[in-house]
Design a protein around this ligand. Structure first.
Ligand code: SF4
Ligand code: SF4
Length: 259
């Protein structure tokens, strides 16, 4: 039988909700084309037909929250030529990183009847805190179009064309009315990376930052503007502490407002 020369792709899951992996499955129209260009060699969410590594591209979803996963990600790195992290959990620690602002043992005592059986790390951390990562794709969940762009870029040996500017740019391009200027609704669009097509403002809602911080975000000025709009400090802290709570600019701003 002729040897399959297509690049091998593996998809790995760590602490996460599986939403980003579903984005790959959601590429219904494009999936056949993807499967033609690459060999989906390891993707437990889609198939039990596992092929052994090494792999040309690994997509990693989820954050590191247990000692077992901290060891497992090292093995994944050793088997992967290019390793791309996908989503807020893998790139910033995810919503589960809210534990990082408190003592995880308190949560264990409240949630579990036998907390001594839980083996966990004190913090939820992004994959890049543990290993070298070739590319980080943001979003909660990621955009399937951006995922296709990143896969296609690696297949063609070029840099992925992913914008690092703000959601406001997409919002203006779409012709949305600014919810903050027109209605005084706090919106994280000015400090959040584009990628969603300004989904929330299109429905008259403020952005809550699910694509994480944009390049050089001015969180201080934005948080001051929220105060001028009458937003309480507790609500400003909450705004910065959602899916990307532990991404450095958002974390620093929420911690500064807490003091
Ligand atoms: S609604 Fe939000 S994202 Fe849109 S322009 Fe205003 S601040 Fe920016
Ligand atoms: S507008 Fe903000 S919160 Fe809404 S989908 Fe886009 S990045 Fe996420």
């Amino acid at each position: 039988m002729a040897k399959d020369k297509r690049p091998k792709l593996a998809v790995w899951k760590f602490a996460s909700c599986d939403g980003c992996q579903l984005s790959l499955l959601d590429c219904e129209d494009e999936l056949l084309e993807i499967a033609g260009a690459i060999n989906i060699a390891y993707f437990p969410e889609a198939s039990r037909n596992y092929q052994k590594g090494p792999y040309d591209i690994s997509l990693v979803e989820g954050s590191i929250t247990t000692p077992h996963d901290a060891a497992r990600i090292q093995k994944v790195r050793r088997q992967s030529k290019y390793l791309i992290t996908i989503g807020a959990c893998a790139t910033a620690g995810g919503i589960q990183s809210l534990r990082n602002f408190a003592d995880v043992r308190d949560f264990m005592r409240i949630v579990y009847p036998s907390p001594e059986m839980i083996e966990t790390l004190a913090k939820s951390t992004p994959i890049a805190d543990h290993i070298f990562v070739d590319y980080e794709l943001r979003g909660c969940p990621i955009s399937k179009y951006q995922l296709l762009e990143v896969i296609s870029a690696y297949l063609n040996d070029r840099k992925p064309n992913i914008p690092h500017y703000s959601v406001c740019m997409e919002c203006k391009r779409k012709g949305n009315t600014c919810v903050m200027v027109a209605n005084g609704i706090p919106c994280l669009g000015p400090v959040t990376q584009a990628g969603c097509g300004a989904l929330c403002p299109a429905y008259n809602r403020g952005c809550f930052g699910c694509f994480g911080p944009k390049e050089s975000p001015n969180t201080v000025s934005l948080a001051d503007r929220f105060l001028q709009l009458g937003t309480h400090t507790e609500d400003i802290i909450r705004l910065f502490r959602t899916y990307n709570a532990y991404a450095e600019p958002f974390r620093k701003e929420s911690e500064a407002r807490e003091r």
